[in-house]
Design a protein around this ligand. Sequence first.
Ligand code: NAI
Ligand code: MG
Length: 496
Amino acid sequence: MALREQSEHYQHFINGEFVESTGDTRIDVEFPYNGEIWGSVPHGTKEDVDQAVNAAKKAFREWRRTTISERYDYLHSIADALDDHAEELGELETRQNGKLIREMQGQASGFGGTLRHYASLIDSDRGEVIPVNTKDEGMFNYVVHEPYGVVGAITPWNSPLLLTVGKLGAALAAGNTFVHKPSEQTPVSALRMAEIITEETNLPKGVYNVVTGHGDTGAALVDNEDVDKLAFTGSSSTGRSIAESAGRNLSPVTLELGGKSPNIMFPSAELENAVTGAVKGIFAATGQTCVAGSRVLVHEEIYDEFVDRFVDRASQIRLGDPREPETEMGPIAFDKQWEKVRKYIDIGTSEGATIAYGGDRPDDLPGDCFIEPTIFVDVDNEMTIARDEIFGPVAAVIQFSDEEEAIEIANDTRYGLAAGVWTEDMRQAQRVANQIDAGTVWINEYRTGATRAPIGGFKDSGLGREGGKEGLDEYRQEKCIYIDQTGEVANPFQLR
Ligand code: NAI
Ligand code: MG
């Protein structure tokens, strides 16, 4: 049965079709703006996961033998199909996680480009011939790339499809098949994407499968011995447990985890731009992004003026219905996450930080999930709100006196995902960028990205990279093939 005929009682997508779960527990899907429940998906069992992995394993036998140009064409036809449905997919994302329609549709309009990028990478890929160190001519080796097999991908709710498409594109391009366990908060867009791909392309059955469920469904995927490679985006604690299981199965794993990224404001910064950068860093997407600039480090010379302007800008942010184009901040994605954010605001106050703006639930908006943009000042980097990833619109403003101290505070965290540096002094900008332990550093910008560029974390922010050639390489392994053309086999007792 097609997805839209399921009266919003959705099913898994396994081996090219929608199938009922073997279990009977279900998960409600909610629009966090007003709390409306508009669908439900199965809470996938281990049997469901095994079925999807078996389908992917079976499909791998043929899929791995497709030629580069066949995979290139598949990726292009998937890209075209997703382009045609970008508006619909963006809307679906907003109905699940309450993020702004303009952000979600903006992301969706880029999915095609991501897939075409991976197509172009395999299309232009070349191998290497490596000389072997012997006296004989004609002995050499060459290196080929091979897929791993079945990729198990587990994704979060903040940018559900964006974080799926990067993994899917790289995995399929490299010749793997795919089993996806989307977040329990945002499972429907993944099912719809699978349906679009199946209806509008001739991607073989079983190459791409979706099983919905909670964390234990994800764990069943991670523990399945027929899964050959894992890719995860989400919290550092879940990432750590996935890496432990992957270690038991000796499966390679890519992890894109949390952050507590510093956004550093130097005296020579163009102040209005820097304030915009701080707003962009922590209030865009209601703070629910892995790269959020949640620690705003401000030099003492500009501190008072910066904080005044930051507060002023925060007070002008338009909260409201994420479907309205003029809304700038939507709700938090679900009530448990709202409570977590709220709890951290209380901890901030109790540890001695001062709320310069926000901190409450606004009383003129529906649902339970809105929170004001919140700015804490008088923050010490040792405080909980400067150490833990809050994943909400809560900025911790920390004062520093010189460049060295700024770098020290910036790196004094278990995370290392991203950082911002605001200064008109380009020597200073590069000096600081060079010394920051993070996978991404923006100079006089924040939160921009390119599919062609690697993204990933230092320290507890992750393992491996997504995007670009580095991202593709995470989904393939090298094989060295040695050829002897001398016509003579070397002495068996002497390594030549
Ligand atoms: P999570 O990391 O627990 O969940 C992400 C995905 O992993 C979901 O699909 C979930 O079902 C799955 N999962 C959970 N436990 C698993 C397990 N043991 N084995 C396999 N899969 C498992 O994140 P969650 O619960 O959605 O949010 C908790 C916190 O994580 C948030 O408050 C936020 O601080 C952080 N977070 C960070 C993200 C980032 O991009 N940095 C994204 C989402 C959440
Ligand atoms: Mg293995």
